[in-house]
Design a protein around this ligand. Structure first.
Ligand code: CO
Length: 169
């Protein structure tokens, strides 16, 4: 198995708008396997393909759901098609190590996309899973959770973020 490295704040691939997947083939299956193995090694509840350097619209989620089961899902070309309400969760990100901040996001979302089988997927999520899907889909647009905190909090983090970027570069 190829070892993929997590791309860290300061890496330009995290700021790229990822491209839609045109067809689900073996390379996408392999990408998803790589993503799940990185997530397992690094620990985390979700990952976007550009976090391992592949600017394609693919996310995985491996998170506890409200009913006590787990969500284990890979989605290709995911989009949020409806949203309701607002909430705040403390978020972190494997690409922004050591930083945790409350982020205000939609409380309930409908997520659509394609499964690896090529079948259409549509489901509603709320609370933590809703946050995870929004966080991962943001990655595909080059948006990081630290972009969604207040300007004041962001200023306070600037030094720490530049340090992460310097160590990366
Ligand atoms: Co992240």
């Amino acid at each position: 198995m190829s070892m993929k490295k997590i791309r860290v704040y300061g890496d330009p691939v995290l700021r790229e708008k990822a491209k839609p997947v045109e067809g689900i083939d073996e390379s996408i299956d392999q990408l998803v396997r790589d993503m799940f193995s990185v997530l397992e090694i690094e620990g985390g509840i979700g990952l976007a393909a550009n976090q391992i350097g592949v600017p394609l619209r693919v996310i995985i989620v491996s998170a506890p759901s409200d009913d006590g089961t787990r969500i284990e899902l890979a989605l290709v070309n995911p989009v949020i098609t409806s949203a309701e309400g607002w909430l705040e969760h403390e978020e972190g990100c494997l690409s922004v190590p050591g930083i945790y901040e409350e982020v205000r996001r939609r409380a309930k979302v409908t997520v659509e996309g394609l499964q690896l089988s090529g079948e259409r997927y549509e489901a509603g999520y709320e609370d933590l899973p809703a946050t995870v899907f929004q966080h991962e889909i943001d990655h595909l647009d080059g948006v990081l959770f630290v972009d969604r905190i207040s300007p004041l909090k962001r200023r306070l983090l600037e030094k720490e973020l530049s340090k992460i970027a310097r160590e990366e570069g």
